[in-house]
Every structure is written in C-alpha cells, then in structure tokens.
Design a protein around this ligand. Structure first.
Ligand SMILES: *Cc1c(COP(=O)(O)O)cnc(C)c1O
Length: 393
C-alpha cells in the first residue's frame, strides 16, 4: 500500500462506516419518467429533466443532423481556432428568447460560474452572496479572490445590513443569488434585490439554473418571471436541466458578455459545448418558442403532485416551484424511505447534511412535464404505502 494515499483510504473507510459514502446508481436506458436504474425499471423522480427534453425526438434529431454536417467536437478553444456557426446561432437565439441583448455559452453552468466572477471582481472587491447559494457560485466567487460576504437567505433587510457594514471597505461590489433554490424550491426575491442593487450601486447577478425553462413565460427564466428585463446585469444559467442537454449560459449586458469573450477563463482555456449539444439546445429553444405546452404541463404536474402529497399528510416544505421536498427530519429515516421507495420501483433521492441543514433531511421529488397522470398516481400510491409503513403519515 502506498503510504502517501493511506489518508484517502482512511477517509473512504470512514465514509463507508458512517453510511455517508455516496454509491452512485447506474442508468441503463435513456433518461425519462421511467428508466432503467441498476437493472430495474423505475419511476424517475430524481432528474432535473423538467420538460422531458433529455430524450425528446426533436432534440435527438437535431443532434443527429448536426453530427452529419459538422462532426462531433469543436477540436479547440473558440478564441483560438474559431467558433462554429451553431454556437453563434445558439447564443443569439438564447439572448432573443430571454429578452436580453447578449449571451455567451460555456461547457456547463459550473463553468459559467467559474468564468463570470473572476472576470468581474478581484481582491479589492466584495461579493454579497446568499448563504444558501449553490456550490458552483461559491467556487466561482472564491476563485475571484474577492471578499465574500454572506447574507441571510433571501433576507432583504439582512442584506442591507451587511452592505452597510461593509461600506467603504471595497472597490466594486455585486450581489449574487440562486434564482430557484433547489433544495427547498423557493424563488429568490429578485425584484427586491434589484432595489437594493440600485440603492447601493451594486451589480446584480442571478444563477437561474433551476429557473431556466421553468420560470417566466414559456420558461424564459427568473428575469422574465419578475419582469426585470434589462435590469439584471448578469443572468447565469444551465442548459443541463430543463433544456435536457449540457452547457452553461451567461446572458445580459452586452458589455459584460463581450468582456467574458476576452477574459472568461473557461471560455479561453477549455473547448466549447460539443456540436450535438449545441444543435440539441437550438432545437430546445425552438420548442419553447413555439409553445408553452411543456412548461404549462410541468407546473400542472407539480401542483397535482404537491397537492396529493399534502392530502396524504406529508410535509412538502416551502416550495413554490415543481421541486417537491418531502420533509422527514432525520437522515436515517430519509435514507430508509428512499430505499423502500426504490424497492417498490420509485427512484427518489434522500438528501441530508451537509447538503441540507442538520435535522432537515428530506426526499426530493423532481417533477417533470414528461410524467403522465398515471406516473404521478403511482408515485403518490407508493409514497403513501412507504409513509404508512415507516410511520411518517
Ligand atoms: C445545477 C446548477 C449548476 C450547475 O449546472 P451544470 O450545467 O450542471 O454545471 C450551477 N448553478 C446552480 C444554481 C445549479 O443548480
């Protein structure tokens, strides 16, 4: 045994013994409302496939056709070897869809976050960050070297207080929040955050990963939801959730987007989204532009399932989006609940500390437009059975 890595083995053993080792299940089919997981066909409540686009025929066809015409990979970073017309078209189309002047794509939402903060702020600057912001936001902020000042979750007066306290200690400042907080399904008060940003002359940024394709008219996102067009400086998003593909986006002020093409490090030093990704995303925007049907069905399904769970006596927390947490308290109960569900053919993940606070463990159900009424009924029946067996309801 190599003693230099003994410590890693010890850590892994420790995780294993405490039951915290993450065992990743294997998917053996296309991602959809029903899929094969660890060799078993289950009802899927785990994916962020809000609109069912991950295996949508229109996206699959667009990806096939683009591969036939352009091949598969971009073969170098865009700033050196040029960018494909598909990428250019996607960025223009996304900007128009979202009602902003400009947009740039990245390899993922995570990469978008690593690009945007270091390009905009550095060590003399301050970032006012919601305490529950996503890990990729936190990593992007850390990479910038700016001082990170956390404010209490979605608390406007708390934010004002920390901004006042920091007055005079920084050069430039920005406010960053998740759009939809994915653990609880609540929406950031972006309209009020805009007022604070105005008041203190700060940039306003939102990471709308779980709102992209979900919030706003036909899935145009949180800025559209609050009618704040032209007022939010930077909107970060992902093409890996509702869009069903993979990729990241930064949309907003064209000066900032131009700057990211010059200084966004994941843009400069990492190859772009692949050809099929890009073509599939173009097809996704087409679908959303042509009809609000999928987005409407997502919300209808979310309402139906949440109501059903509440009627059964489950606590579905504070969610105002199709994300449906089933609050269970102790992580051991949540894990047991999840594994009983899986035995009964329902795939829904248990989340515990440190992903959510101690004592607030839960099962998180991700509703999709692709779920049929029968799927949702099956889900409700199974939750009812397991809930009774474990004494939750
Ligand atoms: C999921 C998520 C990301 C990461 O997006 P990827 O495209 O999967 O890298 C970034 N930010 C937030 C808020 C997210 O929820």
């Amino acid at each position: 045994m190599d003693t230099k890595i003994q410590w890693i083995k010890d850590e892994l053993d420790q995780l294993q013994q405490s039951g915290a080792l993450n065992r990743i299940r294997t998917i053996g089919s296309a991602v959809g409302p029903k899929m094969v997981v660890d060799g078993k066909c289950v009802l899927n409540f785990c994916s962020n496939n809000y609109l069912g686009l991950a295996n949508h025929p229109a996206l699959v066809k667009a990806a096939h056709e683009a591969i036939d015409e352009y091949g598969v990979g971009p073969a170098a970073v865009r700033s050196i070897a040029g960018t494909t017309e598909l990428h250019v078209r996607l960025e223009k189309k996304l900007a128009a869809f979202k009602g902003v002047e400009s947009a740039i794509t990245f390899q993922s939402g995570y990469a978008a976050n690593l690009a945007v903060f270091p390009a905009l702020v550095s060590k003399e600057d301050a970032i006012f960050s919601d305490e529950l912001n996503h890990a990729s936001i936190i990593d992007g902020c850390r990479l910038s070297g700016a001082r990170i000042i956390r404010y209490p979750h979605s608390n406007i007066e708390g934010l004002r207080a920390v901004i006042r306290e920091a007055a005079g200690t920084y050069r430039r400042g920005l406010i960053i929040t998740d759009g939809v907080f994915s653990m609880d399904g609540d929406i950031a008060p972006l309209d009020k955050l805009y007022e604070v940003a105005q008041e203190f002359d700060l940039l306003l940024m939102v990471d709308d990963a779980h709102g992209e394709g979900v919030l706003g008219t036909g899935g145009r996102g949180i800025v559209d939801h609050f009618h704040l067009h032209g007022k939010v400086d930077v909107e970060i998003g992902t093409l890996s959730k509702a869009f069903g593909v993979v990729g990241g986006i930064v949309a907003g002020n064209p000066v900032i987007i131009d700057w990211l093409r010059q200084r966004g490090r994941p843009f400069l030093f990492s190859s772009a989204m692949t050809i099929p990704d890009t073509a599939a995303c173009l097809a996704a925007v087409d679908l959303l532009e042509n009809s609000t049907e999928l987005v409407d069905r997502l919300w209808e399904n979310g309402r139906f399932f949440k109501e059903g769970m509440r009627t059964l006596g489950f606590n579905t927390g504070e969610s105002v989006t199709p994300i449906t947490p089933i609050m269970l308290g102790e992580v051991t109960l949540a894990k047991q609940f999840s594994s009983e569900l899986f035995n009964e053919g329902v795939f829904a993940v248990a989340l515990g500390y440190p992903t959510v606070p101690q004592g607030k463990a839960r099962i998180r159900v991700m509703i999709s437009a692709a779920h049929t009424r029968e799927d949702l009924d099956q889900g409700l029946d199974t939750f009812a059975r397991v809930g009774k067996k474990l004494g939750v309801i």
